[in-house]
Design a protein. Structure first.
Length: 128
């Protein structure tokens, strides 16, 4: 198996024992992103919509570093500490994604790193 580690300064550096993304063949596994500003490595200030946009921006930077875009994402996982924020995820997701949308899961969790309200990871398939 030939795997390539994807890394970009345009997304937060990995905090711990993981890579921003790993590419195996034409499949890219994007690690979970939280609402960290990649320049400061601090959680962005503002409400949940600000956090959601930052997470999408971080995922987008990693996708681009791997040679893809959101159009190449086939699976998106959303983790929320408050599932009542799910409609906000849908609203903002429509700003970043176009049909056909990726498969998606939304999971309510008790807590996330740095006490953020949202984390997302994704799987992307690159085309020739």
């Amino acid at each position: 198996m030939n795997k390539e580690i994807i890394s970009t300064a345009d997304a937060p550096a990995a905090i711990g024992t993981y890579s921003q993304a790993v590419k195996v063949g034409n499949t890219v596994y994007l690690s979970g992103q939280i609402a960290l500003d990649p320049a400061t490595m601090q959680v962005v200030e503002g409400d949940i919509s600000v956090q959601i946009r930052q997470v999408f921006n971080n995922l987008q930077a990693v996708a681009q570093a791997a040679g893809g875009s959101f159009a190449d994402i086939v699976k998106l996982n959303v983790f929320l500490t408050d599932l009542s924020n799910f409609p906000i995820v849908n609203e903002i997701m429509a700003e970043y994604f176009q049909q056909p949308y990726p498969a998606r899961a939304a999971v309510g969790v008790a807590a996330l790193p740095r006490a953020v309200g949202v984390e997302m990871d994704a799987v992307m398939i690159l085309t020739d």
